[in-house]
Design a protein around this ligand. Structure first.
Ligand code: PLP
Length: 407
């Protein structure tokens, strides 16, 4: 299969627009949220035009059809990460909720005073704050693996911090700021050697379809729908069924119960155990549609294209005097964060908007990482497979013009 970026772009109607600046939209904010292909938009319309009903309890045709679509979607999502039969896919509202379930529902009964939770300095707040909260409740301690100057995990520091006290290692597969792809397999192997559980935040790696996440070394894997070209409001927590069924539920109500009586209530097994109330039926079903779209692409060609864009962007940016790129690991997804001496990153993003270019500025929900990097924020260009070489060249040209004005 060949990768034809023009035909890919035709799948994404939003990319055809002209911005108020009179320039075509250059969407470089994919790490915040990705755009949606026509088949995803069509699937949303189809759902509400043809299939909308509540799931699981209806005995009529429409509800039956929706229930089947919902459970099929779960299967597609399992296929997407090649999860084995031992794993269950729990629908959540996003990666944040998935990580909160791990911290709260696993942490509450498996952490005690003196235990250690090992994260890394490059984590998103979604993989920090839930752990701080459960640490406070249980007396466990949160520790963070240091990063090297090139923005990789410091493996020596990991080895030093990993001990019998470590009960869980929870790290990002790919950093939303540095772009670094962490060697999660080797991290997981080391974590297992001390008996620790492993949780992978795959929110930023899944849109780039990195190697599959099916290794049995991973106890928990969290994914986000909207980063994967699907609607907002959905996510998945993959975990071994056995572990999920040993965990306490976290929200209570319909669908997650086995029996309810005034004397007490019993709970269903996973996945329903963690899916109280009416879920985001449409978004979960359409998430599967987006995954099918991704699986239909030539993954190797996608990766090659994204890496070409990344190499061009990185090399052209590094030629700009006073510009510093944060995250120069060899193994990166197409995310480039940078700052320019004497220029506020926000001014850069605001002025890029005048050229129709969408980027993001700030701490990117990674304040501890900003402290490590010694900056208050960065400007971030995050690319997807529908971006082009011409867009990268236009971005760099526009940035140079802006810096001539600002400096
Ligand atoms: N983890 C990482 C690395 C992220 O970049 C994000 C979102 O930016 C999240 C988790 C949270 O994902 P969601 O928006 O699905 O809650």
């Amino acid at each position: 299969m060949n990768f034809d970026v023009d035909s890919i772009r035709n799948d994404f109607p939003i990319l055809k627009q002209t911005t108020k600046s009179g320039k075509p939209l250059v969407y470089f904010d994919n790490a915040a949220t990705a755009q949606k292909p026509q088949c995803v938009i069509d699937a949303i319309v189809k759902f509400y035009s043809e299939d909308n009903a509540n799931i699981h309890r209806g005995v009529y045709e429409l509800s039956d059809r929706t229930t089947t679509a919902y459970e099929n979607a779960r299967q597609v999502l399992k296929n997407f990460v090649k999860a084995s039969d031992e794993y269950e896919a729990v629908f959540t509202s996003g990666a944040t909720e998935a990580l909160n379930i791990v911290a709260q529902c696993w942490g509450a009964d498996n952490l005690k005073a003196g235990d250690e939770i090992l994260l890394s300095e490059m984590e998103h707040h979604a993989n920090i704050v839930p752990w701080q909260f459960i640490a406070k409740q249980t007396g466990a301690v949160v520790r963070a693996i240091k990063i090297t100057p090139s923005g990789e995990l410091d493996i020596d520091d990991f080895s030093t911090k990993l001990s019998e006290k470590t009960k869980i290692v929870s790290v990002a597969h790919a950093s939303n700021v540095l772009g670094t792809i962490n060697d999660i397999e080797s991290i997981a192997k080391q974590a297992k050697s001390v008996g620790a559980k492993v949780s992978i935040d795959a929110a930023q790696s899944s849109p780039h379809m990195l190697e599959d996440l099916s290794s049995e070394l991973y106890d928990f894997v969290s994914l986000s729908s909207h980063k994967c070209f699907a609607p907002t409001g959905s996510g998945v927590l993959y975990a071994k069924r056995e572990i999920l069924n040993s965990m306490r539920p976290w929200k209570f109500g319909g669908d997650m119960i086995e029996n309810v009586a005034w004397a007490g209530t019993s709970f269903r097994s996973a996945p329903e155990r963690f899916e109280a109330g009416t879920p985001n039926i449409e978004s979960n079903i359409v998430f599967a549609q987006a995954c099918k779209y991704l699986m239909s692409l030539d993954i190797e060609a996608v990766e090659k294209h994204e890496q070409e864009l990344l190499a061009l962007l990185s090399s052209q940016l590094s030629e700009i005097e006073g510009l510093r790129i944060f995250g120069t690991s060899k193994n990166k997804v197409s995310v480039v964060s940078f700052a320019v001496d004497g220029v506020h990153p926000n001014d850069i993003s605001v002025m890029l908007n005048n050229y129709g270019i969408a980027t993001r500025t700030g701490h990117h929900c990674a304040e501890p990482l900003m402290n490590t990097l010694g900056v208050s924020g960065t400007c971030r260009a995050s690319l997807a497979f529908y971006n082009t070489i011409e867009e990268v060249e236009f971005f760099v040209k526009s940035l140079k013009r802006i810096l001539n004005i600002l400096r």
